[in-house]
Design a protein around this ligand. Sequence first.
Ligand SMILES: [Ca+2]
Length: 455
Amino acid sequence: MESPNIILVMADDQGWGQVGYNGHPTLKTPHLDAMAEAGIRLDRFYAAGPVCSPTRASVLTGRTHVRTGVPDHGNNLCLQEKTLPQALQEAGYSTALFGKWHLNGVRGAGVPILEDDPNHPGKYGFDEWLSVTNYFDLNPLMSRSGAFEEFEGDSSNIVVAEALKFMEREKENPTLAVIWYGSPHGPQIALPEDRAGFEDDSLGNHLGEIVGIDRSIGLLRKGLRELGIEDNTLIWYCSDNGGLKTDPDACGGLRGLKGSLFEGGIRVPGIIEWPGRIKPMVTDFPASTMDIMPTLVDLLDLPKDSQLEVRDGESLLTLLGGGVPQRAHPIPFYYGSQAALIDGDFKLIGPKKKGEAWRLYNLKDDPSEGRDLSSELPELFSKMRAQALATVDSIEASAVGEDYPEGRIIQKTRRAQWYQMKEYAPYFEMFLQRPEYARYKERIAKSKKSKKAAK
Ligand SMILES: [Ca+2]
């Protein structure tokens, strides 16, 4: 098999209901709908975390995020992890990231990543990167492997155009292009033509950003055809967490929002397209962002030690071949004070502490998680609760570094706001000239004052 190009695309805060094919009442996504029709449409695809950085960490490692040093948004991915881009580099791939990073431990509105950032994307296996620390919007200021570069236009278009240029430039090699959009995360400022047709302003800007994503998906698919590489390119599309309350239809009637382990917080649109290899299919097989790396390791027959133990994701190669795989283990979730396990149609959800109330739902009969079956199905409930508690223990052992050869975490964890970091101080004045950072004026002034006082 000729090694396929791989494109991993992720929206930022697009809920499960925010695609045309899941029946959104006003939003139209013709390009995502076409992609879903041409590929495998995963109707039960899960983000590993209910917020940003956690899910990103799971994509790059195939593990639950808490194991990797990323319990929450804004934490840095532990440098001792083994990543997907590193494994693909070893296999001869050219690798690049376009868009949001948010795995370097820097919080606040996205700023260009610095060349000497100890956790820039290059440290995790990306040959090149055009990126920002966090969310970004229209006319962004980005960092090309450390050099600042200004762009004009919709941010989703920009990152797709850059990914296509990279694939064209690197056409002698198989490529991994990771495209992580800044949309439809706040600030929500859509192009006028994208928000036209929505009556409400804030909803129009929010949904308009998804219209922008959808257009860029059209550009991506067209670009691959023009390069003549569409048959040998696998695109895996998803969102990093569930929907926001800005849009009452964001989660398509599922319970909960971004930040929750109920379905609305973690179930997201999921599509795999690979015209030369996979046949169209709609499936409710439960899969997650943790499965991306194991699937690709399996597909490309990469060395088994490309991935760190303990693993959470599983290979979906059978699914790519049109079959229905069996999961060896339930899908684990762990965020904040909540933990959950998904095993086929059943989901156990509860607080992580022993002795407190866990609940059991049948997602097939009760997709909005309203009817607790713990007393009706006591055996299944006890079995899943024991599994959940054992998983929590295992995740907590990983979180202190037990999976690494060193048995501990070497680099001090970072979770900082850029306006409090001395590395960014030389850029504060320049940032304040730009509309996307205007709201940081007071915070920058305050942090300067406290630094002076400390001297
Ligand atoms: Ca997000």
